[in-house]
Design a protein around this ligand. Structure first.
Ligand SMILES: Cc1cc2nc3c(=O)[nH]c(=O)nc-3n(C[C@H](O)[C@H](O)[C@H](O)COP(=O)(O)OP(=O)(O)OC[C@H]3O[C@@H](n4cnc5c(N)ncnc54)[C@H](O)[C@@H]3O)c2cc1C
Length: 584
């Protein structure tokens, strides 16, 4: 082994590029290498993205490149599902639009959106961006097997055009997608017995690809439509190119005795919603230089029992995959890799073995929990053939478990299905912490003073904050806050219910009900507990004395404390905080 890398990443998909770029960005002296088995841009499924990835793309510095690449902008998803065939409209921003219309009339200037992408181009932009940031890249080189010494991964064997070679590294990251190069060696993958599906898909030209939306003709949506044996996706991925796929269970496909392509054609012919859209369209031959005009892919949901170990980690599909019904895969890949980057950066800065172990335990937990919300909704989705309200209600249950804010069932669904889970908020917070250095200990008293002695927001302080050049964690203005009761003398306590209203014209109405901002309000309250504390244990102890409820410590508080820990503001956070009243 000649050269030693600090980090070797296997796979140049969204997960691999995110991890490599962020590590290099924050520690430019580190030697980071991506290995990608394909020699050039390659076809991939996973085309409908969620707004939850936006803060990560911004932090990577690649947002503008993606946004200006000409991908159709996605503002939501429409569904026809179950027995009723009415269309369920879901717009990422519909509540805000409604408010805008009611209060001022007109259309908001800015809409939360993601994109529908041709993955060969999307992933190529990410990879080139990683290279521009100093990441080295070996294309056309496949990882063959890890090399271990005394139970620790210390390198790998790889094969490229020039033959086989050995690469030595301090850390090996498996971002190889479903093939799970390292996860398979480690035998850590567990499949979900209820979600063993298969997808058959193709690309069409000459089909409608625009969805005209309240004066935003440049925006599009995806369309999801159930059939007798599964569901179709209809995703415009470029001007005049639509991706259409059928998802069905592996067992059903087998029972029909048909090829995936024949089943696709048969179901398409009887799908009253999708068939007319393709009536004048033609299937694209040799899509993306793949030599194929029709594709099939396994769609089995799984989770690694462990996403890290001595000298290695897995991120993205290599660690976890959840059925595509909610378009969550790329979001989970960016999110998991973002988390992996911070965990790695932090472990490099810590000398204590228990602290390092705690960080990786937290990473494992993060991978598991970040998939849970999507998995819970996917399982519910497949298990039911009822009215839309049932799905909205289920999403509300999931949302309430981590964010006890008043919102309609429908908005809760839009929130979850936009990828705005508490993990999105974690990423947002970490981005703020890392890129803007918002939360150094010396900054903390400022945040506390914003809240004031009574725990109520002091508007003048808030306004000063909003006008300052500090990171804008406190955009919204609070209309109503209902606090949990706190013992006498307590300065701060978590809010039970928070309602925001946007008053500052500079901010724009769009963010008024943005859940991520609601969560940062909790963070501000938490900072009151953190002020002067050195360890997370101390914070929990104070919280317990104040009678802070368990759900808050388990959810918003824990995720934020973990961010602070990762940034070195506090020492490691226990994976399960002490519950209220029980001490730390
Ligand atoms: C039917 C279906 C539909 C989907 N639809 C959506 C959707 O609409 N929206 C969404 O967000 N997600 C969707 N997904 C999920 C999405 O495809 C993945 O979650 C996403 O691509 C994961 O990104 P990644 O970076 O982890 O892995 P990948 O994108 O798979 O990248 C892994 C890379 O590793 C490389 N590689 C593999 N093995 C090796 C090796 N041994 N050595 C070197 N390189 C290697 C591969 O060539 C590849 O470039 C869908 C998935 C399926 C199955």
């Amino acid at each position: 082994m000649s050269k030693r890398w600090d980090l070797v990443v296997v796979g140049a998909g969204p997960a691999g590029c995110t991890l490599a770029t962020l590590v290099k960005k924050h520690e430019p002296k580190r030697r980071v290498l991506i290995l990608e088995k394909c020699p050039g841009p390659r076809h991939h499924i996973g085309e409908s993205l969620l707004p939850g990835i936006v803060p990560i793309l911004k932090e990577m510095g690649v947002f503008e490149k993606i946004d200006s690449a000409g991908f159709p902008r996605k503002i939501g998803a429409n569904y026809v599902w179950g027995r009723g065939r009415e269309v369920w409209e879901n717009d990422f921003n519909d509540v805000n639009v409604k408010e805008m219309i009611e209060r001022r009339g007109g259309i908001p200037e800015k809409i939360e959106y993601a994109w529908q992408v041709r993955r060969s181009l999307y992933d190529e932009i990410l990879l080139r961006h990683a290279q521009e940031n100093g990441v080295e890249v070996l294309r056309g080189t496949a990882a063959l097997e890890p090399i271990e010494k005394a139970g620790r991964v210390v390198g790998l064997r790889a094969r490229g055009a020039a033959g086989e070679r050995v690469l030595s590294c301090e850390f090996l990251a498996d971002c190889s997608g479903q093939s799970g190069f390292l996860s398979r060696f480690k035998k850590v993958r567990e499949y979900n017995p209820e979600l063993k599906n298969v997808a058959a898909y193709a690309y069409f030209q000459g089909a409608p690809w625009k969805y005209s939306y309240n004066g935003h003709p440049d925006k599009t949506k995806i369309f999801i439509c159930s059939t007798g044996c599964g569901w179709f996706w209809y995703i415009p991925i470029a001007k005049d190119i639509v991706s259409v796929g059928l998802v069905t269970s592996q067992a059903h496909l087998k029972s029909t005795g048909l090829t995936p392509e024949d089943l696709f054609q048969k179901e398409l012919a009887r799908c009253a919603e999708v068939a007319p859209l393709l009536a004048r369209a033609r299937r694209i031959e040799d899509f993306d230089g793949s030599g194929q005009s029709f594709f099939t892919v396994n769609d089995w949901s799984y989770l690694n029992v462990s996403a890290s170990g001595p000298g290695w980690l897995a991120a993205g599909d290599a660690a976890v995959f959840v059925d595509p019904i909610l378009s969550s895969g790329v979001t989970l890949a960016h999110l998991g890799a973002h988390r992996a980057a911070y965990t790695l950066l932090t472990q490099w800065s810590r000398s204590s073995a228990p602290q390092r172990a705690g960080l990786w335990r937290d990473y494992d937990l993060f991978c598991r929990e970040s998939a849970e919300q999507f998995l819970a909704l996917a399982l519910f989705w497949y298990g039911n053939d009822r009215r839309a309200e049932k799905w909205w209600g289920r999403a509300k249950e999931l949302q309430k478990a981590w964010l006890p804010v008043e919102m309609s069932d429908h908005l809760a669904f839009v929130t979850v299905s936009a990828g705005l889970t508490r993990f999105y908020e974690r990423a947002f917070t970490a981005a703020g912490l890392a890129s803007e250095r918002a939360l150094r200990p010396k900054d903390l008293p400022f945040y506390v003073s914003v809240l004031g002695e009574s725990g109520a927001l002091e508007e003048s302080a808030a306004r000063a904050y909003a006008d300052s050049d500090r990171p804008r964690l406190l955009f919204p203005f609070v209309e109503e806050v209902v606090y949990f009761p706190a013992p006498g003398g307590a300065r701060l306590q978590p809010a039970k219910r928070v309602r925001f209203v946007k008053r500052d014209p500079k901010i724009g109405l769009n963010d008024a009900l943005n859940p991520r901002l609601v969560v940062t309000r909790y963070h501000l309250q938490l900072l009151g507990l953190i002020d002067g504390a050195r360890t997370a244990g101390e914070v929990f102890e104070r919280a317990a004395k104040l009678g802070v409820p368990a759900w808050w410590l388990e959810g918003p508080a824990r995720s934020f404390l973990t961010e602070l820990s990762i940034q070195g503001v506090l020492s490691a956070v226990p994976s399960k905080p002490a519950l209220a009243g029980k001490g730390a």
